[in-house]
Design a protein around this ligand. Structure first.
Ligand SMILES: [Zn+2]
Length: 115
């Protein structure tokens, strides 16, 4: 994987995430400032809307962190090396997910531990 290309793609992803996070943050603040009490049915609908926004925000922030980490690894010259086993991360995986820090085997091991 050419790190110059990887860096470009990561910067693009970061810009996209920044945009989404700004929009979602605004939406969340708007939700909070709405007047209560409301019709219980409306309140329920708004709650799930707020929860959905919060969930998407959490994922976007997490991915942004991974993207920043990947950019740091490019600086350090360790990009494309699995953070756990030290083997090379396959090119195809980096193309699909440029912020990937681990090979598929190590990542699925981690995902299993988390659940
Ligand atoms: Zn690995």
């Amino acid at each position: 994987m050419n790190t110059a290309i990887a860096r470009e793609r990561l910067e693009e992803i970061r810009a996209e995430l920044d945009k989404s996070i700004t929009v979602l943050d605004g939406a969340q603040q708007h939700d909070r400032s709405e007047d209560y009490p409301q019709d219980p049915a409306d309140a329920g609908a708004n709650l799930s809307e707020t929860e959905r926004t919060a969930a998407i925000l959490a994922v976007a922030r997490l991915q942004r962190g991974e993207v920043l980490d990947a950019l740091r690894r490019i600086e350090l010259g360790t990009y494309g090396t699995c953070a756990d086993c030290g083997k090379g991360v396959p090119e195809g995986r980096l193309e699909a997910k440029p912020e990937a820090a681990r090979c598929v085997a190590c990542q699925s091991k981690r995902d299993r531990l988390r659940h």
